[in-house]
Design a protein around this ligand. Structure first.
Ligand code: GLC
Length: 571
């Protein structure tokens, strides 16, 4: 058979390739990554010192959680100055050095954009509460009328979304902590100030933004009461609000479209349909984080609960998002971030099958099309920590919840609620990065701001550097995405949607004429028992197998001990 030009053409033509689609992103939580000066708090020079660990993993992009000036009530998501660096983290010169070092290693740097709210300490809020005419309309204020707050909206962290300000003698809206007042996006001056700030950072040559709760910017006119039975009262009036697409279109037109950057929106309650509007071909953003797979282990809708999760449901979510965005949009793939408990402790078994779970879950996130995000420590299989009492928690959200649960009189002691608060607290993601087996896991020479996980002597970077570690496995998976386009641009197909214990899927890349160019097969047993699987024909047609089965036991099998996941190159 002679090759026609079409047959030799590459299935992904150069003009369809996009760097942010081909990237793996690594997320750094600065407070907990590496402390260079012994104050117990991670900082930017600490990140620079450890940058080779990140580069060696083979990732392409770093997303840095907020490093802006902040009173740190919500660890930097409460910004008091958008254009300076928080003093505990270093200086602007340190940050510039970080950017240069990241670029020198051929990586890119994505910054966090937190513009739904500021800190109460921001000058805008300080002027607004004093009624300065230029700023009085920068936030969402309502006069006190009658008893209590202006409507029944709730803060995501619990309690009313309104607080009364004694200076202005009015209520202000805060969808998060009372120290995080919501900006009034209806005010064109607010929008302009934010757009200018974004351009200011982009001119410093950063490579994109991760946009915090970005679909909450537009609040329904009149701020009507929400459904009181809703899990987040008021949400129907501020999630994907009436003007959100206009705001983001303006942001795109005035700022984003002038740069070659990665943009990813964090979007509570996102559905596939709305994801296409935000991040489809014509949408303002490149991709968005949804939360559906992070709620599998809730008991019903309740966030502060722990329920059983099931694999068919996870696969259903995966399918829905892959199919739904296949022709329009792009998936952001993740298990962990600074708000989520550690995935090995949620969907794996950190005690009996630590390595097996970590490699299994790593495979699931790194072998599908979309842009994978790996959170610091995930590449080691870091686990949830042990919380002894309320004081050991630092997270504003977890502390408040612990207090409320204990005050509710249904619970007598922290022990009573530890299974829920300890499991769900965002502190689990924020324990210091485990570098080695020295004191405080090599994170700091001082006293760490948050306790180090007690398993640091076994789980740490130094131990994972050699041989057959979880980290090395992550590195191999990341390499494969560069080697095989099927992982990035291929089509996902679930071979066993209803199987209770097994995820088996292919990623297939085809030539324009329909011939298969590459096919990758993943066969992952999520359980600790045998799950028989007959996939012999698919195995024959695949280039690579990623599995926690032994290569030879694929086919009906009767005994199966959980293995770590491995990569098999098939002939
Ligand atoms: C996002 C952040 C979270 C923060 C919240 C308020 O969900 O990821 O850490 O607390 O927004 O900014």
């Amino acid at each position: 058979m002679t090759d026609t030009p079409q047959q030799t053409s590459h299935p992904v033509p150069p003009d369809e390739r996009t760097w942010w689609k081909e990237s793996v992103v690594y997320q750094i939580y600065p407070r907990s990554f590496a402390d260079s000066d012994g104050d117990g708090i991670g900082d930017i020079p600490g990140i620079i010192e450890r940058l080779d660990h990140v580069a060696d993993l083979g990732v392409d992009v770093i997303w840095l959680n907020p490093v802006y000036e902040s009173p740190q009530r919500d660890n930097g998501y409460d910004i008091s100055d958008y254009r300076s660096i928080h003093h505990e983290y270093g200086t602007m010169a340190d940050w510039e050095e970080l950017l240069a070092q990241v670029h020198e290693r051929d990586m890119r740097l994505v910054m966090d954009l937190v513009v739904n709210h500021t800190s109460v300490d921001h000058e805008w809020f300080q002027r607004s509460r004093r009624g300065d005419p230029e700023y009085e309309d920068y936030y969402i204020w309502r006069e006190a009328e009658g008893e209590g707050p202006p409507n029944n909206w709730e803060s995501f962290f619990g309690g009313s979304a309104w607080s009364y300000d004694e200076v202005r003698e009015a209520y202000y809206l805060h969808l998060y902590d009372e120290s995080q007042p919501d900006l009034n996006w209806r005010n064109p001056a607010v929008r302009q100030d934010i757009f200018d700030t974004m351009a200011w950072w982009l001119e410093k040559d950063i490579d994109g933004f991760r946009m915090d709760v970005i679909n909450l910017l537009s609040k329904a006119p009149g701020l009507p009461d929400g459904d009181p039975d809703s899990e987040w009262v008021g949400a129907e009036h501020f999630v994907d609000g009436p003007r959100i697409l206009d705001y983001l279109a303006a942001m795109d037109e005035q700022v984003l479209s002038n740069y070659d950057i990665l943009t990813v929106g964090e979007m509570p309650r996102l559905t596939v349909e709305t994801a296409r509007e935000y991040a489809g071909e014509d949408g303002p953003l490149d991709m968005a984080f949804h939360f559906q797979h992070t709620k599998l282990d809730y008991d019903g809708d309740e966030r502060w609960s722990v329920g059983d999760w099931d694999l068919p449901e996870l696969k259903e979510i995966t399918r829905r998002w892959h199919d739904g965005l296949a022709d329009d949009g792009w998936n952001a793939l993740y298990w962990e971030n600074h708000d989520q408990p550690r995935v090995v402790s949620r969907y794996g078994d950190p005690e009996e099958y630590h390595r097996e779970s970590a490699t299994l879950l790593g495979t699931y996130i790194l072998t599908r099309s979309g842009t994978p995000y790996v959170y610091q420590g995930q590449e080691l299989g870091m686990t949830n920590a042990q919380w002894e009492d309320r004081e050991s928690l630092a997270d504003v959200d977890a502390r408040r919840t612990a207090r409320e649960l204990l005050d509710s009189e249904q619970h007598d002691s922290f022990e009573d609620i530890a299974d829920i608060v300890g499991y769900r607290s965002r502190d689990n993601a924020r324990t210091p990065m485990q570098w080695d087996d020295s004191e405080h896991a090599g994170f700091t020479e001082g006293d760490p701001w948050l306790q180090v996980n007690s398993n640091y002597e076994q789980i740490n970077v130094a131990a994972a550097r050699e041989g057959d570690s979880v980290r090395e496995y992550y590195r191999s998976l990341i390499d494969l995405r560069t080697e095989y386009d099927a992982f990035v641009y291929g089509t996902y197909s679930d071979l066993h949607p209803d199987h209770e214990r097994l995820a088996a899927y292919t990623q297939t890349l085809e030539h324009p004429d329909g011939r298969v160019s590459e096919r990758m097969l993943s066969v992952l047993n999520f359980s600790d028992t045998t799950a028989s699987v007959d996939l012999s024909t698919t195995v024959e047609n695949a280039d690579l197998l990623l599995s926690n089965y032994d290569r030879d036991t694929i086919g009906p099998t009767s005994d199966h001990e959980p293995y770590e996941a491995r990569i098999y190159r098939l002939e």
